[in-house]
Design a protein around this ligand. Structure first.
Ligand SMILES: [Cu+2]
Length: 501
């Protein structure tokens, strides 16, 4: 298993999907939640075989790596045919499902030759193609798994990817009438191997930030995919991260652009959009859009910015495109004929319910602590901030001082190609239990990035191990956490030095 660069020009297929947005008239209603639509499963073609495959993986302590593995012969169908459905899951070695705030499935993408066939994230959206459509498959195809499992704890874990494939063998009578599809990977970051962007708190308009529409012009246009042959779009679902409200998928022909689907994020539970407890709206089995060669697909994603900054966010709407035209309304002459009904591929998942934010004795309230030493540098090692860590008793736990106009340099001294840490300010006292919804990145503009090293373009790391606090900070106590390991908490204090006697 190793990090590597994904080839350019991948077509991503279908599937996927992750959490998306909510079509709501106001940020306020996003907090109260939309009523989720129903779960709909298209009928499987006669002769479909449903089988679960397992890929065991060892996850190092605290890892947040974007990795690739070949899928072995016993982890995939052994005969030619059609992949018509895909359901991802992640288990511990004992068969139990880990809580999302401890082991987090950042993403799971299956690559068939160089094309993305299916993809999923923590929301675990399933791939369910309308009946009669499938991804053509041969046992000789190169099949790879791109996975990013984030271990939010300091404990190594053995985990098992479990994915269930609905597979129609080519020998089944129903196979004769199947229509092949391939994935168009429509992504706000242009399908980069680690396609993320940051959402700053209070960015956008009225607490909502739409990307890339509201981003600087230089960032625009990555979010487009050109259709290479006439065909029919038959399925999509959005993928987004906590804080996301919805993705919108558009098609452009000449100077006309039409929205063809909104995928809303349906959040469950008290934490609402500050969580992974979400299902994404998917197209119904009746959704069809006829497209022509040269049409441009594009996606926009909208986040709520009233609650938090959201780092390393995504906005993706993979679309299944048939290999040749298969009917459907023309979006430019008959847009109202496109079925905009949303369905879900699954309901609430219990492993996504642990939000954090409970009272705990584990952390000091940094505002009440005495001054620590004046320091120019704070090292991070063994999942501890070596001065000012809110879990450390005694002098080591006191916030280091820095004079106004000066900065403290943080240095990650853990194995930097394996364990990434951040310094991400959170609202004081930042002393409650860790979960997906706690702590939240409170400050608008300050974050260290992930201190560590990895292959450029693939890694989540910033490819540096140091970060210095800004010199413009006003006097006060600044509590922070590590957003890779949220149990890590610390503080520093900006304070004028005492006059020398
Ligand atoms: Cu960390």
């Amino acid at each position: 298993m190793r990090e590597m660069r994904r080839g350019r020009g991948l077509l991503i297929l279908p599937v996927l999907m992750v959490a998306i947005g909510v079509s709501v008239p106001s940020a306020a209603s996003a907090q109260t939640g939309l009523t989720p639509p129903k779960v709909v499963k298209p009928a499987l073609p006669a002769g479909t075989i449903t089988k679960t495959y397992k890929v065991p993986l060892s996850i190092k302590s605290g890892q947040n790596l974007n990795l690739y593995d070949y899928i072995k012969a016993n982890q995939r169908p052994s005969e030619p045919g059609w992949i018509v459905g895909f359901k991802p899951d992640l288990k511990l070695a004992d068969g139990s499902t880990p809580p999302v705030d401890q082991i987090h499935l950042h993403h799971l993408v299956m690559l068939l030759n160089s094309d993305i066939v299916v993809a999923s994230g923590e929301e675990k959206t399933q791939v369910t193609l309308p009946t009669g459509f499938g991804y053509p498959y041969k046992p000789t195809d190169r099949l790879m798994l791109n996975h990013m499992i984030h271990n939010l704890t300091a404990t190594p874990e053995d985990v098992v990817f479990e994915y269930t494939i609905d597979f129609l063998p080519a020998s089944a009578p129903a196979a004769a009438s199947m229509m092949g599809v391939q994935t168009q990977f429509v992504d706000v970051e242009g399908g980069k191997a680690y396609p993320v962007f940051d959402v700053k708190r209070n960015a956008g308009v009225n607490g909502r930030y739409t990307y890339p529409a509201q981003a600087p012009a230089t960032l625009m246009k990555r979010n487009t995919v050109r259709i290479q042959h006439a065909g029919t779009l038959v399925a999509t679902a959005g993928h987004l991260h906590p804080g996301g409200l919805y993705t919108d998928l558009y098609v452009t022909r000449g100077d006309k652009t039409v929205k063809i689907f909104r995928s809303n994020a349906y959040y469950y539970g008290a934490a609402k959009l500050a969580s992974w407890n979400v299902s994404m709206g998917s197209t119904s089995p009746n959704w069809r859009v006829a497209v022509k060669r040269g049409d441009i697909l594009s996606v926009q994603v909208t986040y709520d910015t009233t609650k938090s900054a959201w780092y390393e966010s995504m906005g993706i709407s993979p679309v299944a495109l048939t290999n040749s035209p298969s009917g459907g309304p023309d979006p430019f002459t008959d847009p109202s004929a496109i079925d905009q009904t949303e369905v879900l591929t699954h309901g609430e998942l219990k492993e996504n319910r642990d939000y954090g934010g409970r009272k705990t004795q584990g952390y000091a309230d940094a505002r009440k602590l005495a001054d620590g030493p004046t320091l120019a540098q704070v090292n991070i090692k063994d999942f501890l901030y070596k001065q000012g860590d809110l879990t450390m008793p005694g002098k080591k736990g006191l916030p280091p001082l820095v004079a106004p106009g000066k900065s403290i340099k943080f240095v990650n001294q853990d194995p930097a190609n394996l364990i990434f840490h951040t310094i991400t300010p959170c609202k004081a006292p930042c002393d409650r239990s860790s979960g997906i919804s706690y702590p939240l990145a409170d400050a608008a503009q300050v974050d260290s990035g992930e201190l560590g090293f990895g292959p450029a373009g693939v890694t989540a790391s910033a490819n540096r191990v140091t970060w210095s606090t800004p010199t413009y900070l006003k006097p006060g106590t600044y509590s922070y956490f590590c957003r890779i390991h949220p149990f890590m908490r610390g503080a520093w204090r900006v304070k004028a030095a005492k006059a020398k006697r």
